[in-house]
Design a protein around this ligand. Sequence first.
Ligand code: HEC
Length: 132
Amino acid sequence: MKQAAVLLLAALSPVAAAGDAIDVPLAVAGDAQRGRAVFLQREQGHCVICHAVSGAAPAGDVGPALDGIGARLTAAQLRQRVVDITQVKPDAAMPAFHRTEGLQRVAAAYAGKTLLDAQQVEDLVAYLGGLK
Ligand code: HEC
């Protein structure tokens, strides 16, 4: 039933299929400088362990290089991929950074917590959106 409703919404939506984008920001406007720090720093998102961007070395290559990503994806699409990329690609080898439901084998200290908070997600969206 829920599935049917989602499919119906996807069919009616002229913008994007359900699960491809999160239109509503999770927090106040993001800051690209802070987002860059979240991207690079080990104790934050540490996205660079899997994604290269110009000016960041060393970087991993488990995920695609993200130079130009801001020209290819909208802020809403970027937000979806950071929050929970499995909504876009169910088998993606990237953690869901802002999801608490449906996770398995979570250590007690982390139960109910997301890897990144809402403001960090918005900061990343601002940073990635500027990679044109
Ligand atoms: C463990 C490795 C890993 C980490 C850590 C990781 N990613 Fe990813 N990411 C991937 C992979 C793999 C893909 C490609 C998914 C696919 O399309 O199959 C991806 C895809 C993406 C995409 C979509 C790229 C496109 O071309 O559509 C974005 C945006 C992204 N990641 C951002 C981030 C951000 C921001 C972080 C840090 C908060 C992060 N990733 C952390 C592995 C990772």
